[in-house]
Design a protein around this ligand. Structure first.
Ligand code: THU
Length: 141
C-alpha cells in the first residue's frame, strides 16, 4: 500500500466544502490515479430537488475524468465522514467507481480514525462493468 496520507488530507479538505443543508451529512472523497499518482477529490453537493444532488465519490470521479480523461484507473480511494462508524459508499457510487477501478481499494475513515479497507470487489461483488462489454481500460476513449 502506497502512502494514504495525502489522499486522507485531500478527502478531509474536500469535505469542508460539502454542500449539504438538507442532510447535514458532510462527505469527502479522494482517489488516486494508478498511472500518474495524481489525487482527485470531491464533496457531496445536495440540491433542493433532492435526487439532483451528487455524492462526494461520484463528484471526485467526474473531476478525475475531466482532468485525466476516460482511460483513468484508480488504485486507492478514501471516503471520510464524522459518522460513528466509517461510512461505506452508497450503491450508486460503488457502481460508478468500479467502472474505473475494478481492483481499487476503498478506505472509509471517520474522525475518530476508525477505518475499513475493502476491495471494490468486496464492496460490489460480481459487478456489471466494462468487463461485461469486454472493454479494456486502454480502449475507454
Ligand atoms: N453521500 C455521499 O456523499 N456518499 C455516499 O457514498 C453516501 C451518501 C451523501 C449524499 C447526501 O448528500 C448525504 O451523504 C446523505 O445521504
Amino acid at each position: 500500500m502506497k502512502d494514504l496520507a495525502p489522499l486522507i488530507k485531500a478527502a478531509w479538505k474536500a469535505r469542508d466544502n460539502a454542500y449539504c443543508p438538507y442532510s447535514g451529512f458532510k462527505v469527502g472523497a479522494a482517489m488516486r490515479s494508478k498511472a500518474t499518482g495524481k489525487i482527485y477529490y470531491g464533496c457531496n453537493v445536495e440540491n433542493a430537488a433532492f435526487p439532483s444532488g451528487i455524492c462526494a465519490e461520484r463528484g471526485a470521479v467526474c473531476n478525475a475524468l475531466a482532468t485525466e480523461g476516460p482511460g483513468i484507473e484508480f488504485d486507492e480511494i478514501v471516503v471520510v465522514t464524522t459518522a460513528d462508524e466509517p461510512s461505506a459508499p452508497c450503491g450508486s457510487c460503488r457502481q460508478m467507481m468500479v467502472e474505473f477501478g475494478t481492483d481499487a481499494i476503498v478506505n472509509s475513515i471517520n474522525a475518530k480514525g476508525d477505518k475499513t479497507r475493502m476491495t471494490m470487489d468486496e464492496l460490489l461483488p460480481n459487478s456489471f462493468g466494462p468487463k461485461s462489454f469486454k472493454i479494456k481500460p486502454s480502449s475507454k476513449k
